[in-house]
Design a protein around this ligand. Structure first.
Ligand code: ADP
Ligand code: XUL
Length: 539
């Protein structure tokens, strides 16, 4: 019997999924929530909030401490660490970790440290890491875009236009605002490669999946793009780790984990990747035809792409897939945290939230919300503020307005991907909620499938560790075979679209577009059209 471990360092938690081979069984799932288990870091849902809503950071040492807490939980449960053959990981994308020259020695000397937090304190040139929710780098995005030759040129080179949360613009801002600290930086890591470095006790490479969320990597050749590096900050190449394929083993595990938890010294450490590329594997999306909606802290909508296709409007992204192909993706900041704000403002729990959703009619009688509690990525909204049309703040219809807005926005802003799908795979924490999935099914006119494990990023990492371990031994298993048995959605849990609401939603989608036009580009007030819609569909 062999075990394979997948870790996911997300915005709110660190999660482990372990699979057993050849039985193809999930051995267990463990999770450590940052806010609840590590309250001394002062985060809200894993994030350090700033008075400027555009600034969002997290403490990198919190992620490190969480690794000790997670493994201690597993040890307490009698987990057989010595049977783990390989470990791979996943992390929230785009976030960056800035290491001083002391880091290399500190990583090497981990086996002597009392714990990870103590062993790795004092190795950062920036105590907090900007994360994917940060939108404070608009100026740097403009500068990089201009230096590379425009939005189209940057998109074609790196797979995406410049985005505030992407690592390149974040690095440029650090270089401009704290040049001494930038110059004192030995290496800049992504959250994924940083956590992999901790596990290995030596610096880890970046994989092309997470590397494509930086505006720094050539999306076609998967190497650092000199034009993008020059546009970002001086001497950047020497501060970046190398790029290595997602399915490569780069080290054995650090002796720290052998001594403390009983891992075998032969445990392979596989290159980590971003949470979305890992989720692509964790839902079994290794061929074209279906799309995934991930309802985690962020909401994302993504699909497998065999070839290069960038969004001409510059709103979506093309990332590398761990299979060596591509994935298309759009991301929304106002996902789970927006749903939680509505839930809390109406004094509900999730059951009450689902009931409020079911008690309101599709189309919500023309009550529409643009749920921009935080600055939004898709569409770009840098000044946050919820917009409501025909909707009072204390109306229980806010629940449906929020969910319909999220579902419609995904539909409108994913058109560039050119995927007409009849099947949506749903994952992430909120995919456990079938009332939410019903809205997705109706709005997208597609069947929606739930999975046994909602932690698809950690499962994807576990599957990647299994694949990489076998590949290293000269036995490369085809991806459909790797995922088989783990990612087959449960047909009994399918949510079907209701054809009687198809036309109603087609009309609402047009009205929602008009609301976005009104809010963002000064288009006409859509209220009279929403009133007419309410008269046509009163219940
Ligand atoms: P991430 O991995 O991005 O940190 P998860 O995929 O673990 O996030 O999802 C966590 C979120 O799932 C929570 O913030 C919560 O809002 C949401 N969630 C959990 N259960 C439900 C439910 N029954 N209905 C709606 N949302 C839920
Ligand atoms: C994707 C994105 C988020 C983060 C956090 O581009 O910003 O999905 O990966 O999960």
């Amino acid at each position: 019997m062999a075990l394979y471990l997948g870790l996911d360092c997300s915005t709110q938690s660190l999660t482990a999924v372990v699979i057993r081979i050849p039985e193809r069984k999930i051995e267990g799932v463990w999770s450590v929530n940052f806010e609840h288990r590590l309250p001394h870091w002062g985060t809200e849902s894993g994030v350090l909030r700033h008075e400027d809503p555009r600034i969002c950071h997290s403490p990198p040492l919190m992620w490190v401490e969480a690794l000790d807490v997670l493994f201690s939980d597993m040890k307490r449960d009698g987990f057989p660490f010595e049977q783990v053959q390989a470990v791979a990981g996943s992390a929230q994308q785009h976030g960056s970790v800035y290491l001083s020259a002391r880091a290399e020695e500190a990583l090497q000397r981990l086996p002597e440290a009392k714990n990870l937090k103590e062993g790795l304190s004092g190795i950062f040139t920036r105590e907090t890491s900007p994360i994917w929710m940060d939108s404070s780098t608009s100026e740097e995005c403009r500068e990089i875009t201009e230096a590379v030759g425009g939005m189209q040129a940057l998109s074609e080179l790196t797979g995406s236009a410049a985005f505030e949360r992407f690592t390149g613009p974040q690095i440029r801002r650090f270089y401009k605002t704290e040049p001494d600290a930038y110059n004192a930086t030995w290496q800049i890591h992504l959250v994924s490669s940083f956590m992999a470095s901790v596990l290995a006790g030596r610096p880890a490479p970046i994989d092309p999946g997470d590397g494509s969320g930086m505006n720094l990597m050539d999306i076609k050749t998967r190497v650092w793009a000199p034009r993008a590096l020059e546009a970002t900050a001086p001497n950047l190449k020497e501060k970046l780790p190398p790029i290595a394929p997602s399915d490569s083993v780069f080290s054995k595990i650090s002796t720290y984990f052998v001594k403390r938890y009983g891992f075998s010294p032969e445990t392979d450490v596989v290159v980590w990747s971003g949470d979305n590329p890992n989720s692509l594997i964790g839902v079994g999306l290794v061929e074209r035809g279906k799309v995934t909606i991930s309802l985690g802290t962020s909401d994302t909508y993504f699909g497998f792409m065999p070839e290069v296709r960038v969004d001409p409007a510059g709103e979506g992204h093309l990332f590398g897939s761990p299979t060596g192909h591509y994935m298309s993706l759009i991301c929304f900041i106002n996902g789970s945290l927006a749903r939680e704000r509505i839930r809390d403002s109406l004094g509900l729990d999730w059951d009450g939230f689902s009931k409020a959703l079911e008690d309101t009619p599709p189309g919500n009688q023309g009550k529409v919300m643009l749920p921009w509690f935080d600055p939004e990525i898709t569409p770009k909204v840098l000044e946050p503020g919820v917009r409501r049309y025909r909707l009072k703040e204390d109306d229980p219809a806010n629940v449906r307005a929020c969910i319909e807005a999220q579902a419609i926005s995904m539909r409108i802003h994913s058109e560039w991907m050119g995927v007409k799908t009849k099947t949506i795979l749903a994952t992430g924490g909120a995919s456990a909620n079938r009332a939410i999935l019903q809205v997705l099914a109706d709005v997208h006119d597609a069947e929606v499938y739930q999975f046994e494990v909602t932690a698809s990023a950690a499962l994807g990492a576990a599957l990647r560790s299994y694949h990489a371990h076998f590949k290293l031994q000269g036995n490369e298993i085809p991806w459909p075979e790797v995922v088989s048995g783990f990612t087959d959605p449960d047909p009994s849990k399918k949510v079907l679209p209701r054809s009687q609401y198809k036309e109603r939603y087609q009309e609402l989608i047009e009205l929602y577009k008009a609301c976005e036009e009104h809010a963002l580009r000064g288009g006409p007030d859509p209220t009279p059209r929403l009133e007419a819609f309410a008269r046509k569909y009163p219940s």
